[in-house]
Design a protein around this ligand. Structure first.
Ligand code: 0L1
Ligand code: MG
Length: 261
């Protein structure tokens, strides 16, 4: 692996660990699109070397709301690791992040391997269960300012995953209403249909994208299908909940900020 890729990955890893945003790289310092996924792989390899386990993948920019919010319009994906899982209910440690945001998603749990070009029926056949989920994103770039290559390199801004109760895969998740509330007030209202028209399409795309990187989705892995609404900023002490039609409610509390020493 090139020293340049290693060094970009190290900068992003340090930013996450020190909870300190870095400036969007410019000019020769910026990753190219060809370098972006290799940087992401090197970044995640550092988490794995510290003892985290790979648990699956996330899909990003799967809804118009997310694309409009971030000004980018291509599907991206990121690698999820065990140290990103947060307990339903919380507390989510506010000080573990730089400027976290939350978005409601649908999560698939696989019982069979999945890779390459598959039909929606083949994808569904590999699903063991489906759950309502909340993704915590936290760009390592200042003010969430990045190019497509920058955000891919930064593991698609992934930072936390909160999972609700698992349901049988035959629950129809095509068009379920979602209300994301902060402190009891609706912050975003949407539908699972916003995720590429049907969250299963996101799983189909995940199988294709992961195969393009020479990997496959293993049995037991999870796939976060992507945000159904724009993401909402998290504040210390906030109570976050999302009500999913048919899938139920999921939520967590954000911890208070640590007083400055
Ligand atoms: O949709 C996503 O989860 C992509 C996250 C990357 C962009 C962002 O930071 O919002
Ligand atoms: Mg997301």
């Amino acid at each position: 692996m090139s020293e340049r890729i290693e060094s970009l990955a190290r900068r992003l890893d340090e930013a996450a660990r020190q909870r300190h945003a870095i400036a969007q790289p410019e000019g020769a310092d910026a990753p190219t699109l060809a370098e972006a996924y290799p940087v992401q792989a090197a970044l995640v390899a550092q988490r794995l070397a510290r003892g985290a386990r790979r648990i699956g993948m996330k899909m990003g920019f799967t809804s118009r709301a997310k694309m409009q919010q971030m000004g980018l319009s291509e599907l991206i994906w990121g690698r999820l690791t065990s140290d990103m899982v947060c307990e339903e209910g919380g507390p989510l440690p506010f000080d573990a992040y730089i400027h976290p945001r939350v978005e409601p998603e649908v999560c698939y749990l696989l019982s069979k391997p999945l890779e390459g070009v598959v039909t929606p029926l083949q994808a569904l056949d590999a699903v063991e269960a489906v759950a309502p989920a909340l993704e915590v994103i936290d760009s390592r770039y200042r003010d969430f300012r990045f190019s497509l290559a920058d955000v891919i390199a930064d593991n698609a801004s992934s930072a936390g995953v909160v999972l609700g109760a698992w349901h049988k895969p035959d629950v129809d998740v095509a068009n379920l209403g979602i209300v994301l509330a902060i402190d009891g007030r609706a912050a975003q209202v949407g539908s699972t249909a916003a995720i590429l028209g049907h969250p299963l399409r996101s799983l189909v795309a995940a199988a294709r994208l992961v195969a393009a990187a020479g990997e496959r989705l293993e049995p037991g892995s999870i796939v976060m299908a992507g945000g159904a609404t724009a993401a909402v900023e998290l504040r210390a002490g906030a109570a976050v909940s999302a009500e999913f039609q048919r899938l139920g409610r999921i939520g967590f509390r954000v911890s208070a900020a640590e007083p400055a020493a």
